[in-house]
Write a protein that binds this ligand. Structure first.
Ligand code: PLP
Length: 362
């Protein structure tokens, strides 16, 4: 009997491709003829070397990264990057711009301020509860970087196009939409993403960093908090989160070989988003919370006419084998996270359920 799998709309940790889970299961007791599982192997072994090098190579191919970029796998989550970025790049006299588009941006700004760094919040969508991505932003010409959150997991908004910041490098928290679409990576000085939304299990954060930024890293920082420590050691200054990196490698292999790359992935993600937003637009029962031009293709946030109906919706969905539809505890409402590994079939099933629920409860 095959195990029961539900339609998983969790925001993070989130769904992984079934074929990846099956591959892990298949090779778990004997990884590549080693007679050990991947969790029992030295990170200095040839087996693990191959895993991490493949993960880096696939990332570079998928994003068309040139030689100036290093791909790192660090611990501490995306949240650690909120502090590491200003620590590494904002020496005395330097400043950075931040765009505040929600809960995670707010946390990134807070960390820079705790460190006493000089930053400017050049735009914010807080005035309307972060329902949109600000436009026509004036960036500071002498800023060391501009920090944005490419997809706002909790508020359900996403940058459709990345801003033009001239010569100032962009830094983006892509935790919840990395590998969901192609983009021009050469405009970015640094990209980071906790793995547990769109590329693997919790426990690892991908950091893609361009070499010109490495020149700014002060040697007064603790060793583990310096980017150069990790670029010099291929993310293996200390023991890396081996299992998380291994799983991420399999997810990237699935993206390249099964899905067929980021263009294909973006097409599928667009189809999924169109299905569910199409329903929101044709209904007066469901109300999307994000402005139409700022909608996320990863996290669809919506309200029902009452909180009681929202509770009933989440409960009935669960009894129909659809999980993870409750909105973030800080905002309420409902949220369907439709990351790469959530299939078109899952979204179609959700939309069918939503139509039935509306008929029975409107
Ligand atoms: C989940 C999330 C984070 C936090 O990630 P951790 O790995 O738990 O620190 C940060 N930014 C965004 C956009 C997220 O979605």
């Amino acid at each position: 009997m095959s195990p029961k799998r539900i339609y998983n709309f969790n925001a993070g940790p989130a769904a992984l491709p079934l074929s990846v889970l099956e591959e892990i299961q298949k090779e778990f007791l004997d990884f590549k003829g080693s007679g050990m599982s991947i969790t029992e192997i030295s990170h200095r072994s040839k087996w693990f070397d191959e895993v991490i090098n493949e993960a880096v190579a696939r990332t570079k191919r998928l994003f068309k990264l040139d030689d100036r970029y290093s791909v790192l796998f660090l611990q501490g989550g995306a949240s650690m990057q909120f502090a590491m970025i200003p620590m590494n790049f904002l020496a005395e006299g330097r400043t950075a711009d931040y765009v505040n588009t929600g809960t995670w941006s707010t946390k990134a700004i807070k960390e820079a301020k705790i460190l006493g760094k000089k930053i400017t919040v050049v735009a914010s969508s807080e005035d309307r509860n972060f329902a949109y991505i600000p436009k026509n932003i004036n960036y500071t010409a002498e800023a060391t970087y501009v920090h944005i959150t490419s997809n706002n997991t909790i508020k359900g908004t996403q940058w459709a196009q990345f801003p033009d910041t001239g010569n100032v490098p962009l830094i983006a928290d892509m935790s919840s939409d990395i590998f969901s679409r192609p983009f021009d990576a050469s405009r970015f000085g640094l990209i980071y993403a906790g793995a547990q939304k769109n590329m693997g299990p919790a426990g690892v954060c991908m950091v893609i960093i361009r070499d010109d930024l490495l020149k700014m890293v002060p040697d007064t920082l603790p060793t583990m908090l310096r980017y150069t420590t990790h670029t010099e050691k291929n993310s293996m200054f200390n023991t890396p989160p081996c299992f998380s990196i291994y799983t991420a490698q399999l997810v990237l292999k699935w993206l390249e070989e099964t899905v067929g790359g980021l263009d294909k992935m973006a097409q599928i993600n667009q189809q999924k988003a169109d299905l569910i937003y199409g329903l929101l637009d044709s209904s007066t029962f469901y109300n999307g919370t994000a402005d139409v031009d700022s909608r996320s293709r990863m996290n669809v946030t919506f309200r029902l006419p009452s909180e009681d109906l929202e509770k009933k919706f989440v409960a009935e969905a669960a009894s129909n084998d659809m999980g993870g539809l409750k909105g973030h505890r800080s905002v309420g409402g409902c949220r369907a996270s439709i990351y790469n590994a959530t299939s078109l079939e899952a979204v179609a099933a959700l939309v069918a359920f939503m139509k039935t629920f509306e008929r029975n409860n409107a």
